[in-house]
Write a protein that binds this ligand. Structure first.
Ligand code: SF4
Ligand code: SF4
Length: 402
């Protein structure tokens, strides 16, 4: 997808920038990504505290891939029960072909964050994808294929190579977090004990469970809140004109939404709100352009014949907006006295997201006796607005000679 000809979401390695929703963010704005990262971590925390493993059951790429694999398996007649497949040889061959196709699609999709799909297919047909892209396709595609062929739902639950309760491990770190984060107010699926007498013991709930648990034994951390047992039970009970026995509930004590009003959740919500507000302020106050100055290496300050002093600098200007800008530098002393700027620093035309490096010199309005002269350098947009400011110092040469 494109906005004004630019990708909706793309990491541009050559320019070290991120295109996102019509904006371009450069590497210098890394602090925004850190802030966004913290906000996303808190979103995950909140989601887990409120909705339990809903991410695992509804949005995680691992679940999506596994659902796709199981969906296709069912389409070709494979029996899928409790997350296990029973397939004939022909069906297994078909499944492996599907895994290979899905893995390549997944890997290609990942590269599209870096190479536009429009360029990707053109370069693919010319055999000019490049080593980095081919390596990514091979490594990611291979990893996804092994995942589909060997791991699938194992990723989401405890894996006990030597039997239950012996050296059990969890592949997924997020799955491990659940045990810490799920609290008495979290949304979960519940086999209602008060209505257990209505259960006919058909086992449809356990057979439909992708993680292979039986919800009738009570809450288990392997539950990913997918709701399949609820659907299965509802269908069975509907034939008997009765409501299902399995339901969603906030907390196991049946306190409803009130269970969410607990100190832990409120504290996380408060931190989330504070960080989100900080991110919004940082985005709104994002400068339209940036200016960086550095003393020119190897070009010493000089005293001119009239006693004024000149110091040489390198300037770096970045246009952070998408529209073309014409920018100029101006310099003043702290008391507002103009300082002469020499060099190609006027009417610098920069396209959207472009940057430019240039050399220039600051000339003091009078001799600087000994101590450096502090100068305010401003980047103007030609309409009287200052987009960025930096400080520079005009210094006296060491030997103070012409
Ligand atoms: S117990 Fe029910 S909601 Fe939980 S993972 Fe199994 S089918 Fe999904
Ligand atoms: S699907 Fe419903 S009725 Fe059947 S065993 Fe599970 S809880 Fe009982």
């Amino acid at each position: 997808m494109r906005i004004d000809g630019r990708s909706l979401l793309r990491l541009d390695i050559p320019t070290l920038s991120l295109q996102a929703f019509g904006e371009t963010f450069r590497i210098e704005e890394l602090y925004l990504f850190l802030l966004l990262g913290l906000v996303l971590v808190l979103v995950f925390l909140l989601l887990t505290l409120v909705l339990g493993r809903a991410w695992c059951g509804w949005a995680c790429p691992q679940t999506t891939l596994t659902d796709a694999a199981e969906g296709l398996a069912r389409l070709i007649g494979v029996k899928v029960e409790a997350g296990k497949m029973t397939a004939s040889t022909g069906q297994k061959v078909l499944l492996q072909l599907f895994y290979i196709g899905l893995s390549l699609l997944f890997a290609a999709n990942l590269t599209w964050y870096f190479v536009s799909p429009y360029d990707f297919f053109a370069r693919l047909s010319e055999g000019a994808l490049g080593g980095g892209v081919l390596l990514t396709l091979g490594v990611v595609g291979g990893a996804v294929y092994l995942n589909l062929a060997l791991v699938r739902r194992l990723m989401c639950k405890e894996f006990c190579p030597y039997g239950r309760r012996l050296m059990c491990k969890e592949f997924c770190p997020y799955g491990r977090f659940q045990t810490v984060l799920v609290d008495p107010g979290t949304l979960t699926l519940r086999f209602h004990p008060d209505e257990a007498h209505r259960c006919i013991g058909c086992g449809a709930c356990a057979r439909s469970c992708p993680t292979g648990i039986d919800i009738r034994r009570g809450y288990q951390i392997e539950c990913i809140n997918c709701g399949r047992c609820l659907d299965a039970c509802r269908q069975v009970m509907a034939r008997r004109q009765q409501p299902g026995i399995i339901r969603y509930t906030f907390g196991l004590q049946g306190r409803g939404l009130k269970a969410l009003l607990n100190p832990r959740l409120l504290l996380v919500a408060l931190v989330f709100a504070g960080l989100s507000a900080g991110l919004v302020v940082a985005m709104v106050g994002r400068p339209e352009a940036s200016l960086k100055l550095a003393r020119a290496a190897g070009a010493a300050s000089r005293v001119l014949a009239d006693g004024r002093q000149v110091t040489f600098f390198n300037g770096f200007v970045t246009n952070r907006l998408q529209q073309e800008r014409v920018l100029s530098l101006a310099a003043t002393l702290e008391d507002g006295t103009p300082v002469e700027v020499k060099g190609p620093v006027f009417n610098i035309a920069l396209g959207g997201g472009e940057k430019e490096r240039f050399n220039f010199a600051l000339v003091s309005p009078q001799a600087v006796p000994g101590s450096p002269l502090r100068v305010q350098v401003a980047l103007d947009n030609g309409r009287g607005e200052t987009l960025a400011r930096e400080q520079a110092f005009i210094t006296a040469p060491k030997d103070n000679k012409l």
